[in-house]
Design a binder for this molecule. Structure first.
Ligand code: IPE
Ligand code: IPE
Ligand code: MG
Length: 238
């Protein structure tokens, strides 16, 4: 059993849920099966995070670049997202989960956009845990978007260029009211960020595991949290 120190829990854990395709391939199954298992894993990890509780959990579910995958795979992922949004609202309400989406929600089919808006609205007063889904998310575009919004404010005379600081920039990111991640987990052995939260991860602790996302258990999650608790975070100081 993994023991956690309740005094040193991360406020925000972000996860790059990777390896669904390889999980399926190793079983001689189409990639779709891996995504379906991946949703089950996500549900288990959300439940665990809520139990602990981890105040903010962000899951990278679909990157901006993932639109370039074969049309059939994108369609499967959309269907899984639909089913998730349709089925999980009662559970979220019951558990005090506040649901949020970061990313280009406007690129999703209309029915999904409506479901996102509805789940966000109905769970807005959830106080136990904030669950953030990164959908059509790409950090470079998020930063370019922030720059554009700031430029518009300067042009409108509402902001002076010298008032653009890391704080004003942060207020124009999708993550506006969220703390920076304390811990970032990536499964499947890849050791890269793949355009995820580039700005917000300035002082985040990284945890990489070869375990493929469908095989990532609650125990593996606790192991990552325990590893985080052994780190010494210095933030540039001594
Ligand atoms: C992560 O698994 C899920 C999404 C990106 C939607 P992958 O589909 O990237 O699985 P691998 O990396 O090909 O194994
Ligand atoms: C990152 O995984 C995106 C998600 C997990 C949603 P990818 O599988 O798309 O990233 P790369 O292609 O390995 O960098
Ligand atoms: Mg992948």
């Amino acid at each position: 059993m993994v023991e956690l120190d309740p005094e040193r829990l991360p406020r925000h854990v972000a996860i790059i849920m990777d390896g669904n395709g390889r999980w399926a391939r190793r079983r001689g199954l189409p990639r779709f099966f891996g995504h379906r298992e991946g949703v089950k894993t996500a549900k288990r990890i959300i439940t665990k995070a809520c139990e602990i509780p981890i105040p903010v959990l962000t899951l990278y579910a679909f990157s901006r670049e993932n639109w370039e995958r074969p049309r059939e795979e994108v369609a499967v992922l959309m269907d899984l997202l639909r089913a998730y949004l349709r089925e999980e609202l009662p559970t979220m309400l019951e558990r005090g989960i506040r649901f949020r989406v970061i990313g280009e929600r406007e690129r999703f089919p209309g029915d999904i956009q409506e479901m996102i808006a509805r789940v966000e609205k109905e769970t807005a007063s959830g106080e136990r845990m904030t669950l953030v889904l990164a959908l059509s998310y790409g950090a470079r575009h998020e930063l370019a978007r922030a720059a554009r919004l700031l430029a518009e404010e300067v042009c409108a005379g509402r902001l002076r260029p010298e008032d653009i600081t890391p704080e004003t920039l942060s207020r124009h990111l999708y993550t506006v009211d969220l703390p920076d991640p304390d811990l970032l987990i990536r499964t499947s052995g890849e050791m890269r960020l793949s355009n995820f939260l580039l700005y917000q991860c300035a002082y985040t602790e990284f945890y990489f595991t070869p375990v493929l996302w469908p095989d990532f258990t609650e125990e593996e999650f606790l192991k990552a949290l325990a590893d985080y608790q052994r780190r010494e975070r210095r933030f540039g100081r001594v």
